[in-house]
Design a protein around this ligand. Structure first.
Ligand SMILES: Cc1cc2nc3c(=O)[nH]c(=O)nc-3n(C[C@H](O)[C@H](O)[C@H](O)COP(=O)(O)OP(=O)(O)OC[C@H]3O[C@@H](n4cnc5c(N)ncnc54)[C@H](O)[C@@H]3O)c2cc1C
Length: 706
């Protein structure tokens, strides 16, 4: 298809001697058609190769085709297949071209002479170049012979980028003998212009033909030829939040998808089904046990409001555990069914790379099967970290065991101050157990410390004991049993003090390690941060190996949350297989810590906001409810219309409250907009519509009325 530009101005005088016929792109037309013809008052018709113009101008890149097109469009030229007239701008623009073209005629002989003027003489032996071109075509699925300045080449590159297809580009203007390559390509394909596109050894053509091939699906078919070499279009390693979302979405887009999920049992032998951390040993059982604990508080409230029931209230761990496990079981089953319904091939086996496009899957009986895929998504998640002290793996549990514990843990020591530690310690205390949390330094690292400490303070009121600035050095078993008796020896981080204490259960919650060490990433060439095992990716979750992507908890510097993994997985599948360019937005992700008094947040903690914007540019507004220790805080950027950049809420139903404000923050809510919002009364969340006391003022935030 030719692409010509015509000026739409009324002054156009077709046929006038001051008109010029311009055929700007027409990249797959023969050279004869890919020309700029100029016929201006000089009365000389010149024909020059458009690409040659861009080379020939002494100013080099400034007069590139892209600029010419843009200028022409601005001046009112429009695309047509017709003869065109020059606008005043074009007339001012073209004299140089005309001067350059004066010496040339439209006949082949003069054009050849012209070529010899602007290009170095072609080496008569072109076989090495031809061999090199053939090698590129044979080696890479997509090869684009291009010129770095060419807007049509750029268009084609953007197309492949949008399709998330890896391509090789040879910029002919940046290599010494680029024009020789172009000549050889002409001989091979009948096309001299760039871009000159090859997909899976098939010559597609130039820009227009490639775009057309995309429109009519031919390009996708050609690209598919690559993946047909493999068993699957996509293999997802890890059937957790991110992996399941990604695999189902890819299958729904018609791709051949396999997902492998395998749970390595804990040192104490605990194992579970399909669905990953969230469903089996994370969000879901945690929230159910947290709710169980809240019921006790509700029972206490109930009495105060007139409910009468026997004084003796007790909790049965086994009943709770069975209910929680049954619920998890139903979710495991639901996931299997939905994978089957969506035509995702689920394999319960441990996957590891043996080659960049090949994995080995080992099932629990040790049977090995090999599978290949065009693309891979890593979604292997994390597992609890151990302390590396005597007795930790033998006698201690982690959150991976807690939700399946067949007996009530009794007097429990929780080691760590992560959200997992505080949540587990919180609900165990809520169930009426004797709970101590051993903290090395601070609570909830990375969260707003003002809020974290308030959540901790409430836990103490709630009955949790904190042993601060201590680390365990040894765990000994005093007596086996369900639960048994353990002795924990710990030392102070500040003095030489060493203490010992007896517990029934020790729960380690000191962080989680990415499951990336045993999956053969070295065989695939994927780079991992050696310090933490996390995988660095670009903004489209692509690792350093173009056909291997990663999502979820294993990503370097990203949120470790279920909805984030799910969103990233879905978006990735759509980008890989549906031409989408929408990326996962990791900014302003709302989250909640399910401590006895829940803590929801979105945006920056106060410390980070101060670091980024400076204290003088921020305003924190803080009402509290002294009677029940609820606390709310927003951080506004004074330099940006008092936009809310941090939202913090300590109170009941924090997850529900924070979710809504998370949306508002995505929309860029300001303090003024919060103030003009009418609250829902009586709720805790309404407080955000009536916040007046700034932290700086030190004003009284005690609530006296309703
Ligand atoms: C106690 C706890 C509470 C949590 N609470 C919340 C919460 O309230 N809200 C929230 O948003 N998030 C919460 N999270 C975090 C949330 O669970 C994770 O962010 C989420 O599950 C991460 O999803 P993922 O897909 O990255 O990995 P995962 O869900 O962990 O899935 C990874 C899967 O891959 C499997 N696997 C690993 N290696 C291989 C291999 N080589 N071959 C085959 N399979 C493999 C694993 O066994 C696992 O099934 C909690 C986590 C914990 C531990």
């Amino acid at each position: 298809m030719k692409s010509k530009f015509v000026h739409s101005s009324k002054e156009s005088r077709s046929g006038d001697r001051a008109s010029c016929l311009i055929s700007v792109t027409s990249t797959e037309k023969k050279v004869e058609h890919s020309v700029i013809m100029a016929s201006i008052s000089l009365g000389i018709i010149g024909v020059i190769d458009f690409a040659a113009v861009t080379r020939y101008r002494p100013s080099g890149g400034s007069f590139v085709g892209q600029k010419l097109n843009a200028e022409m469009r601005r001046e009112g030229w429009r695309k047509t297949g017709q003869k065109v007239n020059a606008s005043p701008m074009a007339q001012a623009f073209f004299p140089k071209i005309i001067r350059e073209t004066i010496v040339h005629r439209t006949d082949q002989r003069s054009r050849a002479a012209f070529s010899s003027l602007i290009m170095p003489p072609v080496d008569t032996d072109t076989s090495p170049i031809k061999a090199r071109i053939q090698e590129l075509i044979d080696t890479y699925p997509v090869v684009i012979f291009s010129k770095s300045f060419c807007p049509y080449c750029k268009q084609v590159k953007e197309l492949f980028k949008g399709l998330n297809v890896t391509f090789e580009v040879l910029e002919l203007d940046l290599i010494e003998n680029g024009s020789n390559f172009q000549d050889v390509l002409l001989g091979m394909t009948g096309q001299k212009t760039v871009p000159n596109v090859f997909v899976n050894k098939t010559h597609v053509g130039g820009c227009d033909k490639t775009l057309q091939a995309y429109k009519d699906g031919h390009l996708q078919q050609l690209l598919g030829a690559e993946s047909a070499m493999y068993d699957y279009d996509l293999i997802v390693i890890g059937g957790g939040s991110g992996g399941l979302a990604c695999s189902k979405e890819a299958a729904a887009l018609g791709k051949r998808v396999m997902v492998l999920d395998y749970v390595v049992p804990t040192p104490l032998g605990t194992s579970w089904g399909l669905g990953g951390t969230c469903v089996n040993v994370g969000c879901i059982p945690k929230k159910l046990m947290h709710q169980t604990a809240l019921l006790r508080t509700a029972l206490e409230d109930a009495r105060k409001f007139g409910w009468e029931f026997s004084e003796e209230v007790s909790h049965n761990w086994e009943t709770m555990k069975t209910a929680v496990n049954n619920y998890i079981g139903s979710l495991n089953w639901g996931y299997r069914v939905s994978l089957r319904d969506k035509n995702v091939n689920y394999v319960n086996a441990f996957a590891e790379f043996v080659e960049p496009h090949k994995i080995k899957a080992t099932n629990k009986r040790g049977k090995e099967v090999f599978y290949t895929a065009d693309k891979f998504v890593l979604a292997t998640g994390e597992r609890p970290r151990y302390l590396g002290i005597p007795g930790d793996k033998e006698f201690c549990i982690t959150s991976d065991d807690l939700f399946y514990l067949s007996y009530c843990p009794g007097k429990t020591l929780v080691i760590g101050a992560s959200y997992v530690a505080l949540e587990c310690g919180g609900f165990l205390a809520g169930l009426g157990l004797d709970v101590t949390i051993m903290v090395r330094s601070i609570l909830l690292r990375g969260f707003d410390q003002d809020m974290a400490n308030r959540a901790g303070d409430y836990m103490e009121i709630h009955g949790v004991k904190f042993l601060r600035q201590f680390v365990p050095i040894k765990v000994e078993q005093l007596e086996a049993g369900s639960p048994g008796r353990l002795k924990v020896i710990a030392k102070s981080t500040e003095t030489d003090e060493v203490i010992e204490e007896e517990y029934n259960t020790v729960l380690i919650a000191v962080g989680r390690d990415a499951c990336t060490g045993t999956i053969g990433l070295d065989k695939a060439g994927v780079i991992v941060n050696p310090k933490n095992g996390k995988i660095p990716v670009n903004d489209v979750e692509q690792t350093n190996v173009p056909h291997i992507y990663a999502i979820g908890d294993i990503l370097e510097g990203k949120w470790e949350l279920t909805p984030v993994a799910i969103q990233a997985g879905k978006m990735l599948a759509r980008r890989l297989f549906a031409g989408s360019s929408v990326k996962c937005d990791y900014v302003n992700v709302p989250t909640t810590v399910f401590t006895p008094l829940e803590y929801g947040s979105c945006g920056f903690p106060e410390e980070k906001a101060i670091e980024l914007y400076g204290e003088e540019n921020l305003e924190c507004t803080v009402p509290g409810r002294d009677n029940n220790k609820c606390y709310a805080k927003i951080i506004c950027n004074k330099l940006d219309n008092d936009r809310v950049i941090g939202f913090h809420y300590l109170g009941p139903n924090a997850g529900e409250v924070t979710q809504g404000f998370g949306v508002a923050m995505k929309c860029g809510v300001t303090k003024e907009q919060l103030d003009s919002t009418i609250g829902i009364h009586p709720t805790c969340a309404e407080i955000f519509t009536t916040m007046e006391v700034t932290k700086r003022s030190g004003g009284d935030i005690k609530q006296t009325g309703c």
